[in-house]
Design a protein around this ligand. Structure first.
Ligand SMILES: [Zn+2]
Length: 282
């Protein structure tokens, strides 16, 4: 029986080696969400596919359905994003954007909006004037997509309206914490009124509004730290829940004994990963 062949635009999120000559590509497709596919022979020097399947390539893929993994039969590059590859600063940001999409999504969950988001983010980074704000927009859009939009209007603990002063930020608590609650909430990261304003604008998800704002270096760093902490906290939580599901599954197979529930993740654990997290913002 002939394998079913299909065609979809996709962005290469990453690739890894398979045997001597092949690679497994992780693609974010317009039609099927995230999939893995085999690119055969791409590690040979005369491969026709090789130049088209590098991470961050945007291309139209022809794929043949396989028993376990689909196989790439043809690729036509739409955008090679040379501007991203020639500049290490741009490249590192673009790879981070791709990695987040990879980590935030399950295989074969179709989501055209996420495909568009990644494509737009790569184009914005490639355009190059401000490479960080597009990443913050990307992070907030992914958080919102997963239902983890941070609280930015009221204190997460006492629900009082936030005063336009320096408040505090806690990924573990779920967003902004007022001065009165900061000790009880272990919120150690100060967050300026301007940062909160910009986070609210990012939350609205309208790029033209965000692009109009001039973000100075200090504010950019503040946002990078705050959203980065939040993203790592959400990912760690997700990874932990995935590990828990696996543990339950193994326990069920081994005779129905239910393993103990893991302790709730603490925000301190997340901060410890980042050497610079202890630096005060102001
Ligand atoms: Zn409060």
């Amino acid at each position: 029986m002939q394998p079913r062949v299909y065609k979809t635009p996709a962005i290469v999120l990453r690739q890894r080696r398979l045997a001597d000559a092949d690679k497994i590509l992780t693609l974010y497709t317009a039609r099927l969400g995230k999939i893995e596919a085999v690119a055969k022979g791409v590690r040979k020097s005369r491969s026709r596919l090789a130049g088209h399947v590098e991470p961050l390539s945007h291309a139209v893929f022809m794929l043949a359905q396989g028993k376990t993994l689909d196989v790439v039969t043809q690729v036509e590059t739409t955008e090679s994003f040379a501007a991203l590859r020639d500049d290490l600063e741009a490249m590192s940001r673009a790879l981070y954007a791709a990695e987040l999409v990879d980590k935030f999504t399950e295989p074969r969950a179709e989501n055209f909006a996420l495909y568009r988001l990644l494509l737009d983010t790569l184009r914005r980074i490639a355009a190059g004037a401000d490479m960080d704000t597009p990443l913050r927009f990307h992070e907030m859009a992914l958080l919102t997509h997963l239902g983890y939009t941070p609280e930015l209007d009221a204190c997460v603990a006492c629900r009082s309206r936030l005063e336009p002063v320096v408040n505090f930020w806690s990924a573990g608590a779920g967003g902004v914490v007022c001065r009165d609650c900061r000790v009880a909430q272990h919120a150690t990261r100060p967050i300026s009124p301007n940062a909160i304003k910009l986070l609210r604008l990012l939350r609205h998800g309208r790029w033209p509004d965000v692009a109009r704002i001039h973000v100075d270096a200090e504010l950019a760093l503040e946002l990078e730290r705050a959203l980065g902490e939040y993203v790592r906290w959400v990912l760690e939580r997700d990874v932990r829940s995935a590990a828990f599901i696996d543990a339950v599954r193994r326990g069920a197979r081994a005779g129905g004994r239910r393993p103990a529930e893991p302790a709730a993740p603490r925000e301190q654990t997340v901060q410890a990963d980042e050497p610079s997290a202890a630096l005060p913002i102001d």
